[in-house]
Design a protein around this ligand. Sequence first.
Ligand code: ATP
Length: 347
Amino acid sequence: MTTVVLQNLTRRFGDVVAVDRLNLEIESGEMVAFLGPSGCGKTTTLRMITGLLAPSQGDVLFDGRSILGIPTEKRGAVMVFQKHLLFPTMNVAQNVGFGLRMQGVDKREIDRRVSEMLERVHLPGFEQRRAHELSGGQQQRVALARALIVEPKVLLLDEPLANLDANLRLEMRALIRMIQQELSITSIFVTHDQEEAVMLADRVALMFNGQVQQFDRPQAFYDRPQSMEVAQFFRNNNFLRGIRKGDQVETRLGILRIDPDTVAQPDGPVLATVRPEEIVLAPAADQDENRVRVTIQSSVYMGTYSQVLLDVDGQTWQARGPADLRIAPGEQITVQLPRQHLWLLPG
Ligand code: ATP
């Protein structure tokens, strides 16, 4: 059980600031996702934690102690890469047992722990296979077993599922999560796939330009984004300017009521937002609060729902309707922005 703290962690490459004064506290046994667009500094941060890269500034603490002076192999952090990098001349048992052999563990003990670990990753009896006799998903499971067998303090995964097809990815996600929870191992994984981040992580660190924009539990990125950029990364582009005054927001489309207890922005200019799936396209007559007149731009059948584009005060908003929705472009309708789903961002 290990806590990981990043303090003002910074890495420059010449003029490029890849990671910029990053602060983060990860709890013991927690699974954290580093999420963000390509080039935002996720992998660089991971490499500084393992020791593959030295920070330009700042510190990395395990259980309150700096590990920067400790060589990579003694930090107790192991990394699983996107490409599995198994030793081609060794069979599965030799690959998985490698770390224990390096530690001088007794052969019988190694055999026992290798078999146990292969059971855990759902590859029992695969000891004698070689890397080229395994599928991509099986190789990735061997890589995971090889990392976990040394009982690391911290497990680091760099886009571990990126090379797998969609079905296999789902299966591996579930497996990684199950093992991580069984062993309660503090884990950090890098991904640019928001679905993967929210499915796997206890908390997500969303990074832009080398900085953490929001560090939160997954649901908060949907219903409590801290900025417009965060909302947009989670596919919400619905914003309406207004002025907050107490429990209401004055907009050009009328007054919207808000839940003052849940909305953190102070009185003054704000951006009101509602996620596409929370907009009520056909409110009942008695739902008379927060009704807004909008124009349909388009409606596209998506199989299980319709994706609807709305003109809301000159801005294009997204909404979701039933699959059999019948509305024509240009049509004016009244929608409802439910008070409990209305969230305010800095104006
Ligand atoms: P991706 O999702 O594409 O892997 P990332 O978020 O992991 O991206 P990093 O690989 O950490 O991003 O890179 C962050 C920034 O640092 C990028 O601008 C990258 O070009 C730069 N960078 C990374 N490694 C080096 C290096 N060894 N030399 C110079 N610049 C580097």
